[in-house]
Write a protein that binds this ligand. Structure first.
Ligand code: 9MR
Ligand code: 9MR
Length: 608
């Protein structure tokens, strides 16, 4: 009975057929709409390059504006012949607007102030849904998305035995209580490397504007405690990362680099580690805690019966801990001084451990979880030094920065394996002891990057600040991380072109793309519904929910099309079309904490 009622609620909530089930008109635009003073651009998938008349009508059918399309031509990124419609001149707020062109009518959209506020909140709520160790409460998320705690008491020891490549690991003499934190994605791994950038991004959004998610603004258990809800959510992950630190004085047998690729083209982290060296691992962080073997889809977290294990400490994880704990020490100062002090001690301990063990790399030799392997760590060292310097002002960290090739170097969008830009952003906005000339130089490097991204917009038909080919796994997050830099460029200069670049990004993610797809669940007429997720698996089990609103799909992936759905599309899709709304498509349609975090950052920025 209960189950039947539950199923009815869930299906009525999620599977109602609607616009999303009708063919998309060839007019691609942000399906939410636009803020009154922002650029307003739609893209028409056309038959040829002849200019066409368009009209913009309100909900009563009254014409608000007329114009002619501008030909863009054949576009490689989308594989389409495109034309552009610019109706930025219309600023009058209203709901139910439509564009009419070439005999077609667009889906309805709005022009509205505060358009992005619900998106910012729901994108932030994703992190509560992903919490391990606590029940997800119906009174906060609604009955459909509530679930019992997953991995409620996670007190685990290290992987011991022979790995996939025959390397023998001794295990460790201790257990750690690593309860809590966020599940990474559609799987139930909890990874320090990826946890680091996700946490940094939320904390940076807070540092940029501490009032953005005031206490009580999010539906989380801590609402009402007098602290920013974004800080509360971030603390849930920070506390977990602290638990992943190896106790003082512990020795471990670990593979110490450099690793040498054995096959041509193999990346070093995929190479065999020949043997293990005995090192003092105290203060390092374990790479991850995860299942021994992959669980099937669906597997709600409370039903996971796989053995959970700590995987070996790595230098990269250690530096992710150092960087975020240093950020924590700075941001909880005056909010919870005890927590800030704990973070500072952990950060300093991690930093020393990384200096002592600079080449302990992840190996790609365990089943059941993702690798997040990286053998280029100069950027992680730079990032950690930057956070520690911003927090402590100590000369040793400034010296480490000045010795780093990343200090003042060209800025790129950050990602989990390339974290230098996170350090540069912190130094550019939050390092009181950094000489003014250096701050200026770093801000200049961020502006240069923003200008390069805007120049990229000219190279693809949909006008996004991104490259035209080679879309990587999680391309939507790479684009959002660029938008974050554009947002900062706007903060530094006030120049409208940078905001327009951020708007172009969110337009693309919410429907201005050749699939007419909103990549964010619950936002837009044609929103993503079937992410690769072990609990939001409605398409595999009608008793389970689909995704809550505000969850970002990884997006088109034209370079690593490894799942079965993607494999069938390989070689047949233009980069922006290598995507499917299919739960099996983990290379195209997974969700992840490091992808939703920049969505929070950018949506909150647009709302400020
Ligand atoms: O969920 C996938 C599982 O069914 C496969 O056996 C496994 C094999 O690689 O891959 C799983 O998918 C993971 C993917 O490889 C990497 N991203 C995380 C995916 C799990 O959520
Ligand atoms: O985001 C990661 C992407 O950059 C890698 O190319 C990919 C394959 O190694 O793995 C992605 O990370 C996944 C992680 O390994 C496991 N959890 C889900 C992540 C998103 O798919």
């Amino acid at each position: 009975m209960m189950r039947a009622i539950f199923a009815v609620i869930v299906t009525s909530m999620l599977a109602a057929p609607g616009i999303a089930d009708t063919p998309a008109p060839p007019i691609d635009l942000n399906q939410l709409g636009f803020e009154p003073s922002d650029a307003k651009v739609a893209i028409l998938r056309a038959k040829d390059s002849l200019p066409l008349d368009w009209t913009l009508v309100d909900s009563a059918g009254h014409v608000l504006l007329r114009g002619k399309t501008q030909a863009i031509g054949k576009d490689g990124a989308s594989g389409e012949e495109l034309q552009r419609i610019d109706f930025s001149a219309v600023e009058a707020p209203g709901e139910g607007y439509r564009l009419i062109v070439a005999g077609a009518s667009s889906d309805a959209f709005a022009i509205r102030k505060k358009l992005y506020r619900p998106l910012a909140k729901d994108a932030a709520a994703f992190f509560y849904h992903q919490r391990a160790g606590v029940p997800i409460e119906a009174k906060l998320v609604g009955a459909g998305w509530a679930r019992p705690a997953g991995h409620a008491r996670e007190i685990v020891t290290c992987f011991a035995g022979t790995d996939e490549r025959g390397l023998k690991w001794p295990g460790c003499s201790y257990r750690l209580d690593v309860t809590g934190g966020w599940y990474d994605a559609g799987d139930h791994g909890k990874y320090v490397v990826n946890g680091g950038i996700a946490l940094w991004t939320l904390l940076n959004a807070y540092e940029r504007r501490p009032t953005a998610f005031a206490d009580g603004s999010l539906k989380i258990p801590e609402a009402g405690n007098g602290v920013s809800d974004l800080l509360d959510e971030a603390r849930y992950e920070m506390a977990f990362l602290l638990r992943m630190q190896v106790p003082q004085g512990m020795h471990a047998k670990l593979p110490v680099g450099p690793f040498k690729p054995v096959k041509p083209g193999q990346s070093p982290w995929e190479a065999d580690a020949a043997d293990l060296d005995d090192i003092d691992a105290g203060g390092m962080a374990h790479q991850k805690v995860a299942d021994r073997f992959w669980t099937a889809l669906p597997t709600p977290p409370q039903d996971d019966r796989q053995e959970r294990l700590l995987y070996p400490p790595t230098t990269a994880a250690t530096l992710n801990l150092a960087a975020t704990a240093a950020q924590c020490a700075r941001l909880w100062r005056g909010v919870d001084d005890g927590f800030a002090a704990r973070c500072r001690a952990a950060a300093e301990r991690a930093w020393r451990a990384a200096l002592r063990n600079p080449q302990v790399y992840a190996t790609n030799s365990f089943t059941g979880s993702g690798g997040y392997g990286d053998t280029q760590l100069s950027d992680e060292f730079y990032w950690a030094a930057a956070e520690l310097f911003a927090t402590t002002g100590e000369a040793a960290y400034l010296e480490a920065l000045r010795r780093s090739p990343h200090f003042g170097a060209q800025v790129e969008e950050p990602g989990w394996p390339s974290t230098a830009t996170l350090g540069t952003i912190t130094l550019a906005i939050a390092a009181p002891k950094l000489p003014a000339a250096d701050v200026k130089r770093l801000r200049g490097a961020i502006l240069d990057a923003a200008d390069r991204f805007l120049a990229n917009s000219k190279g693809n038909g949909y006008g996004i600040p991104y490259r035209a080919s080679d879309y990587p796994w999680g391309s939507n997050s790479a684009l959002l991380n660029r938008a974050m830099l554009l947002g900062l460029a706007h903060d530094f200069t006030g120049e409208a072109k940078y905001r327009a670049g951020v708007v172009a990004t969110i337009d693309y993610l919410l429907g201005r793309n050749p699939l007419s797809q909103s990549y964010v669940s619950g936002f837009g007429a044609r929103a993503m519904r079937n992410p690769h997720h072990r609990f939001w698996a409605h398409s595999l089990d009608a008793r389970l929910p689909g995704p809550p609103p505000g969850v970002l799909s990884g997006g088109p992936n034209s370079t690593a099309m490894s799942d079965d759905v993607a494999a069938k599309m390989k070689g047949k899709c233009a980069p922006q079309k290598c995507w499917a709304d299919d739960i099996r498509a983990y290379a195209l349609n997974e969700v992840a904490i490091n992808w939703n975090a920049p969505l929070v950052w950018v949506a909150a920025w647009l709302d400020s």
